[in-house]
Design a protein around this ligand. Structure first.
Ligand code: AMP
Ligand code: ZN
Length: 478
């Protein structure tokens, strides 16, 4: 079966065929361009944001696994209404303010083993943004108002035979042509002209750029149209984001990008639109006042690893709302331990043997993921495999060569899941010293002291494993 994905544009699961099937990437494999709306860097990312970014990372990994050469772009929105408000409140320069959260975001992605690809900043693409707005003006789809703002005319866009409301149906009976909305985020289903360029107002402080319409700053929607087309061209394969972005952000992106008519041969701006469902926490929308708001850093400070958070965020299908709980995170920890222990035993048994990947696991996993990234099914396959492998290991019925093939298969599966190997915990030097002291105690036949040390080390979360080559310290499995 070929890869199939749910396309929000057609509201159907469709076979994935690149928009330009003849094009190849630098490695000679079929080329795919993928854009994911990145963060607005005004605060630390919360785990809802990261659900969307982990989803995007799995799409990228699965495409790579299925043989595509994927060019990935994730923008950094570093100028927008919320940012300006915070810059004003903190009195810090824009760049200094956003850089803190941008750096934190990239570090958090690393913690989660996500690779964002190229990460263009909106403030470094003002030239392209202005050029795109000018193009829309030339085509009669954008108009400036006396204050020096520029707006996208939905009425004119529709007059050109284009459809506004392809991702979401819009109630045009309420539409009054020329009615405008200035905010970057606005009411659902509002059919109102939206801002492409916002004239500078005193509250903007230093945050403004010169433009043909006077000083101002770009609207949020045009930033993504300009950056995605600048890096991936006017037509590309996949555009991702959380479901809340479908309207107005993505609808506006389509209108601006297709309104500029840079696409060739009747191609669309984007062939496949994928939207990740939201994350709820303890059944509710995350909010600071409800006290159910978690950043990745909050979870790290509670002792959870990025790997555990990734596993949990990936445990449900991306189009289903997922309810996050701390118990769920504890469950992710034990799920990972089960996998890690099985992989450890396979590694020991395989020794230095190598082998081709076991086709059964890889085949079943691929089929599940090809079906619109059916991770629930994929995890079921992984845990059935762990159970069966453990049974065979216990029965002594696996040869080293078979263990090597099983491991090779697991590594292929994990190239998509992106869990990576169990992190090697660093052994505190004080415990290493105690382990050495225990060796001396045993030599001196002071077994009481040796036992005491074992208990002391255990209380610190480690087990002493006596091997022929000396003691080895292993962290106690959580
Ligand atoms: P923002 O930084 O607010 O622009 O959001 C970055 C990404 O996170 C966007 O793709 C949003 O759709 C997504 N997002 C925001 N809240 C949630 C949530 N609770 N669950 C999943 N994704 C979310
Ligand atoms: Zn965007």
């Amino acid at each position: 079966m070929a890869l199939h994905l749910f396309n929000s544009l057609t509201r159907r699961i469709e076979e994935f065929v690149p928009i330009d099937p003849a094009r190849v990437g630098p490695d000679g494999r079929p080329y795919v361009g993928l854009y994911c709306c990145g963060p607005t860097v005004y605060d630390y990312g919360h785990i809802g944001n990261f659900r969307t970014f982990v989803f995007a990372d799995v799409v990228r990994r699965h495409l790579g696994f299925r043989g595509y050469s994927v060019r990935t772009v994730m923008n950094i929105t570093d100028v927008e209404d919320k940012i300006i408000r915070r810059v004003r409140e903190t009195g810090r320069p824009l760049r200094e303010f956003t850089r803190v959260f941008e750096d934190a975001f990239l570090e958090d992605l690393k913690t989660l083993n996500c690779h964002p690809g190229e990460t263009p900043r909106a403030t470094e693409h003002i030239g392209e943004i202005i050029a795109l707005i000018q193009k829309l003006e030339q085509r009669g789809l954008a108009y400036a108002t006396a204050d020096g703002s520029v707006w996208f005319s939905i009425d004119k866009y529709q007059g050109c035979g284009c459809r506004y409301g392809v991702l979401k149906s819009i109630d045009f009976t309420q539409m009054r042509p020329g009615e405008r909305v200035a905010a970057d985020e606005y009411e659902k289903e509002a059919a109102a002209d939206f801002a492409l360029w916002k004239a500078r107002v005193p509250e903007d402080g230093d945050v403004s750029w010169d433009s043909p319409w006077g000083p101002g700053r770009p609207g949020w929607h045009i930033e993504c149209s300009a950056m995605s087309m600048a890096l991936l061209g006017p037509s590309f394969d996949l555009h991702l984001g959380g479901e809340d972005l479908a309207f107005p952000h993505h609808e506006d992106e389509i209108a601006q990008s297709e309104g500029a008519a840079l696409q060739k041969d009747g191609r669309p701006f984007v062939k496949y639109w994928l939207h990740g469902a939201h994350l709820l926490v303890e059944g509710k929308k995350m909010s600071k006042t409800l006290g159910n708001f978690f950043t990745l850093r909050d979870l790290r400070s509670k002792g959870f690893s990025g790997r555990e958070v990734r596993q949990l965020l990936l445990s449900a299908h991306y189009r289903e709302t997922f309810n996050f709980t701390l118990e769920g995170l504890a469950g992710a920890r034990s799920a990972l331990t089960r996998i890690d222990e099985c992989v450890d035993k396979l590694t020991q048994l395989a020794g230095n043997q190598s082998g081709g990947a076991d086709a059964a696991l890889v085949g079943a996993f691929t089929e599940a993921m090809d079906n619109d990234l059916n991770v629930a099914r994929a995890w079921g396959i992984v845990f059935d495999w762990v159970r069966e492998t453990n049974r065979q290991l216990a029965a002594g019925s696996l040869s080293p060569a078979q263990a090597a093939s099983a491991l090779a298969a697991w590594h292929q599966v994990d190239s998509v899941l992106g869990l990576g190997p169990r992190p090697v915990a660093e052994i505190p030097p004080s415990l290493l010293a105690l382990a050495q002291e225990r060796v001396s105690a045993k030599r001196a036949r002071d077994f009481a002291r040796a036992d005491q040390i074992r208990e002391q080390v255990k209380a610190a979360g480690w087990i002493i494993d006596d091997t022929p080559s000396g003691p080895r310290l292993k962290p106690i499995a959580p």
